[in-house]
Design a protein around this ligand. Sequence first.
Ligand SMILES: Cc1cc2nc3c(=O)[nH]c(=O)nc-3n(C[C@H](O)[C@H](O)[C@H](O)COP(=O)(O)O)c2cc1C
Length: 369
Amino acid sequence: MSANLSSNADHPVSATFDKRQLRNVLGSFVTGVTVVTTRDAEGKLHGLTANSFSSVSLDPPLVLWSQATSAGSHPAFRDAERFTINILAENQYGLANHFATRSPDKFSGVEHDLGVDGLPLLRDCSAWLECKVVSRFPGGDHVIFVGSVENIRQSGSRPLVFGGGQYLVADPHDLGRAPLGTAGAMLSQPHAVRLASRSMLRLSSTLDKTLALVAWGNHGPTVIAWQAATTPVAADLPLGLVLPVTSSASGLALAAFLPPEAIERFVTAELRDNEHRAHDELPVTVESLAKILESVRSSHIATRRPGPFYGDRVLANAISVPILTPNGTAVLALTATGPADQFDAAPDGPCAEALKAAANEISAALRAA
Ligand SMILES: Cc1cc2nc3c(=O)[nH]c(=O)nc-3n(C[C@H](O)[C@H](O)[C@H](O)COP(=O)(O)O)c2cc1C
């Protein structure tokens, strides 16, 4: 099929697609969402939702966005010397829809402050860039505005995302993919996370240990939640921390209940690295690991030898218990950790018992669901 996209005789574009197909293809390029604002000579505020925003240059700092010449606010932006980019936060899709709809006064009822030259800065955005127009280029049915960035601010709120014609939220790529050989088994993971989060809160106050919830991500055992004790095991508890499989309690608790194909490449890499490292104690081997995993399978408790926590000099101990799907696959590990001199991490101690009871309760709830 061939269609003529442009009615402009000077620039005939013969294409093998129609407008709808082009829109779909462009929609597969995922973007953030902005509201671009300005103020006209009479002091009236203008703004529209735009995802054509893009960075151009760091030095000098330049950005661009493009506007349809058919937009009601185009004359105002065409004549303005400044524009402000408001990068919307994850929860501001309502504002995105509001500014994507024509109306005589888009700013009434919208909380905003006034920035340089009285241009509006919408409240609670993820970030703001105040810009001075340096170039305008015609671009088909749009005009491309290039602006020099003069002020920037950032709130730390997660940005809203747009792709495939809908609003999206950005989540890190590395978490949430089902481990190899567990297709379907991870469907109960969100429910398990909800239940385990509640248990963590309760356990951290009764045990006064730092608790972690660990899922199997693309890079192996990955901490997805922390609950700090009165004396946390470390000053910062980073989410997304990837733990070793063979030498962390969480890694062992998960690995004991995952299919061999899920853990194989991580185990192979860690055992290979072990060979090249100096050890004060016996390194884990294929044989010793098989024995450890067997014992975790029978006790449902994994412990680790005291080791530095997250590169820290403080030695930490840990106990971890698996939370299992109805077919016996580890969906999460619930882990208690603390400085080795305060937490002996005995596999038969009260802490291990409390963790195991909590994990059993969650696994039973998943079976009943
Ligand atoms: C997610 C999204 C992104 C948009 N991006 C742009 C854009 O980059 N440029 C543009 O001119 N219009 C864009 N629009 C459409 C305008 O927001 C819409 O036409 C708006 O009504 C224009 O406002 P105005 O007519 O009051 O000027 C976008 C709309 C949405 C929902």
